[in-house]
Design a protein around this ligand. Structure first.
Ligand code: DX5
Ligand code: ZN
Length: 220
């Protein structure tokens, strides 16, 4: 049982001190940078785009895990890779030809992820599960940091782990939204591999210790 990964979400960083906050994550026990790209169409908010992501990539010493909350993500996969992405996650709800999109992400040499909105059943991934490297289960409605965690997420993690069993045992299950030390243990016990945390990390008095607290959770 491999140790879980921690991916601080840069969305909650201080954009006026971005290099400083990226350095903080470099020096912490975090595993990845979670990068939230929003288009104001797929989600009711606009975060930042590829120029900012590339500025982050210049300072980041850990992989960039890019969460594309955009319509028609196929148009930006290559740009995303060229600006430093190692994991590219698209939304199930934004992809008409998901199988083709996943193949295109892998063709670029990136890990291919699929994010599910809270209302989207994990069962919808049944016929494509063997082609996915990571599933991001949204535990809030995408678009904003600092929202309240949705409890049904635990059930979805277990269902997804069962769906992938024997077909894709290397599948990474990532949880995104409202993650704190209060729910992290139960998320990991349910079968999560990657925890994204934005406001919980960046509004903490000591972000480095907060990342360590999430990383140090032991479930055996
Ligand atoms: C929400 C984003 C999340 C967000 C999480 O649309 O996908 O990655 O940054 O923020 P917190 O941890 O504050 O819920
Ligand atoms: Zn995200």
């Amino acid at each position: 049982n491999n140790k879980h990964l921690i991916a601080p979400s840069v969305l909650a960083a201080d954009f006026g001190n971005l290099a400083r906050d990226v350095q903080m994550v470099n020096q912490s026990e975090a595993d990845w940078f979670h990068i939230d790209i929003m288009d104001g169409v797929f989600v009711p908010n606009i975060s930042f785009g590829f120029p900012v992501m590339s500025a982050i990539a210049k300072h980041a010493q850990k992989p960039l895990d890019v969460h594309l909350m955009i319509v028609d993500p196929d148009r930006y996969l290559k740009t995303c890779k060229d600006n430093g992405a190692e994991v590219i996650t698209v939304h199930y709800e934004a992809c008409t030809h998901l199988h083709r999109t996943l193949a295109a992400i892998k063709e670029l040499g990136c890990k291919a992820g699929v994010a599910l909105n809270p209302h989207t059943s994990v069962q919808l991934l049944k016929d494509v599960i063997q082609d996915i490297d990571l599933v991001c289960i949204m535990s809030v409605n995408p678009g904003f940091g600092g929202q309240k965690f949705i409890h049904h997420t635990y059930t979805k993690i277990k269902e997804l782990r069962a769906l992938a069993a024997g077909v894709n045992d290397n599948l990474l299950i990532e949880i995104d939204g409202g993650v704190t030390t209060a729910n992290a243990t139960q998320l990991l016990e349910s079968g999560a591999d990657v925890l994204v945390a934005g406001s919980f990390v960046f509004t903490a008095d000591n972000p480095i210790d907060t990342i360590k607290a999430l990383k140090d959770i032991d479930i055996n």
